[in-house]
Design a binder for this molecule. Structure first.
Ligand SMILES: NC(=O)C1=CN([C@@H]2O[C@H](COP(=O)(O)OP(=O)(O)OC[C@H]3O[C@@H](n4cnc5c(N)ncnc54)[C@H](O)[C@@H]3O)[C@@H](O)[C@H]2O)C=CC1
Ligand SMILES: O=C(O)[C@H]1O[C@H](OP(=O)(O)OP(=O)(O)OC[C@H]2O[C@@H](n3ccc(=O)[nH]c3=O)[C@H](O)[C@@H]2O)[C@H](O)[C@@H](O)[C@@H]1O
Length: 441
């Protein structure tokens, strides 16, 4: 089938590449000329494991083409996917301008019957509104039908998720549309869940809100664990063995970041608000997350009289490992506050430093390795659990000016740190204090 994908961000590019890999003829369209120029050369504008290789393979096999011209991509397309951003408005609601712009482009340019698949995350009712918008502006006698097909990929494992997802959700209002979408997706071999459009839209928000709830729940349990001298890693393992609870998304830390959980939880609050429903539980989830992002700062302020002039090394900046995405990363809030308190901040991330430079406060320094960041450091903060960071040799911490580590992602076994001479604070676990603490500092 000929498929056009509008938007070549994390979702659009991965969708386009995956659809070409299963044999479709795919045109990826973006208004960002710089991105499209890179893509035409086979270079991925984002860091996503496995993406470049698959992209280059499908470009070489003439199944994957990039353009800035919507007219070129839409020509003869059986299906058009919309995968543009739906960022947060100031009031927390989803900004639908980009989706609407694409819908109007479709009406203007499409000359054949087309299925329009909305992959972007959009509030309940949006697909129907976009269908109405298209119907109102349509001048040709064409069948343009909207289908909701929310995306569940995770950054860092996006390619893997596209081929091994738990389900593909399709919300449509005609047998014809279900049939086309089934035909497109069949080669993925992933169970397809067919439903009505509004439920499909709600599934996306409910899934993200539920996952965010699991994270805030375990983070609160972690905070209590610290006070009652229990270990949240043990607790998570113990409750996760109950299949009704499941062992995923129970990793305590400094809260969830990224482009979706923060924005989608707030958008769901708005969706509920519109129908006069006060989503108390979700409000709590959001509040807990905000506090959790600031937890390491609190711990630091409890430990030291002042952070002024203290050299603090930050290891990991991205909102999670295996991505260069800095959107809503805890590192943004944490570095800003440390600088406000007069600390000398040196940061290191294996991949996200270029993007970090665009969003972090300007006065921090960037190191080119873990070792360089730790040199002369009086405190180290771990904010992202990159493999490289989890594998740091304990010796490297010992070489710090004062070996004090605040680990926001529980990267190290407590046992391995006993008798190491390192003071180690983590989340929901007892503090490891060096036996010779007083002699050292
Ligand atoms: N990032 C993620 O992991 C996931 C995102 N989503 C949802 O998917 C949607 C897209 O998210 P991302 O890929 O992260 O966004 P993104 O911000 O990375 O990419 C959006 C792209 O759309 C392009 N664009 C905007 N207007 C356009 C137009 N009129 N024509 C052509 N291109 C246009 C932009 O230039 C940009 O390259 C959002 O609704 C998001 O909530 C859903 C699941 C996962
Ligand atoms: O709608 C979206 O954009 C996507 O949002 C999340 O994916 P993503 O944000 O890429 O990454 P996650 O692995 O879910 O992590 C999100 C945040 O939660 C944190 N997290 C995750 C899991 C956990 O147990 N604990 C925890 O603190 C991570 O560190 C990260 O900051 C969802 O997992 C995807 O299913 C969804 O498609």
């Amino acid at each position: 089938m000929k498929i056009a994908v509008v938007g070549t961000g994390y979702v659009g590019l991965v969708t386009g590449v995956s659809l070409s890999e299963i044999g479709h003829q795919v045109w990826c369209i973006d208004i960002d000329t710089e991105k499209i120029e890179m893509l035409k050369k086979g270079k991925s504008p984002i860091y996503e494991p496995g993406l470049s290789e698959l992209m280059q393979k499908n470009i070489a096999q003439n199944r994957l083409t990039f353009t800035t011209k919507h007219s070129e991509g839409f020509q003869g397309a059986d299906v058009i996917y919309i995968a543009v951003g739906t960022p947060e408005n100031e009031d927390g609601s989803a900004n639908l301008t980009y989706v609407e712009d694409v819908a109007l482009k479709i009406v203007e340019l499409v000359t054949q019957d087309t299925i329009v698949v909305i992959k972007s995350t959009v509030p309940v009712g949006t697909n129907n509104r976009i269908q109405d918008l298209i119907n109102q502006h349509k001048e040709r006698d064409l069948r343009i039908e909207i289908v909701s097909n929310p995306e569940f990929l995770k950054e860092g494992t996006a390619i893997y998720d596209s081929f091994h997802g738990d389900r593909i959700v399709i919300g449509a209002s005609s047998k014809y549309a279900f049939k086309i979408l089934e035909e497109i997706n069949k080669p993925f071999g992933i169970p397809i869940f067919q439903t009505d459009i509004r439920s499909a839209e709600m599934i996306k928000y409910a899934a993200n809100a539920f996952l965010a709830t699991k994270i805030s729940f375990i983070n609160e349990i972690a905070n209590i664990c610290e006070r009652v001298e229990a270990d949240v890693e043990e607790v998570a393992r113990g409750i996760g063995m109950d299949q009704r609870i499941g062992n995923k998304f129970l990793k305590a830390g400094i809260g969830y970041g990224g482009s979706c959980f923060p924005k989608d939880t707030k958008a769901l609050l708005k969706i509920a608000g519109v129908v006069d429903y006060d989503f108390e539980l979700l409000k709590g989830v959001i509040m807990v997350n905000k506090n959790q992002q600031e937890l390491l700062l609190q711990k630091l302020n409890n430990r030291f009289d002042t952070l002024k002039d203290k050299r603090i090394a930050i290891l990991g900046l991205a909102f999670k490992p295996n991505t260069d995405d800095m959107r809503e990363a805890a590192s943004i809030v944490i570095t800003e506050e440390l600088v406000n308190q007069g600390a000398n901040v040196v940061v290191y991330d294996p991949v996200a430093m270029e993007n970090a430079k665009k969003v972090l406060v300007p006065s921090i320094k960037y190191a080119s390795s873990v070792e360089e960041a730790l040199q002369e450091a009086e405190v180290a903060l771990i904010l992202t659990e990159w493999d490289e960071i989890k594998k740091i040799d304990i010796e490297s911490f010992r070489k710090m000016k004062t070996p004090i580590v605040f680990d926001g992602r529980n990267c190290f076994d407590l046992e391995s740190l006993q008798k190491s001479g390192i003071e180690y604070h983590s989340i929901g676990r007892p503090v490891v204090k060096p036996e010779i603490a007083n002699a050292l500092f």
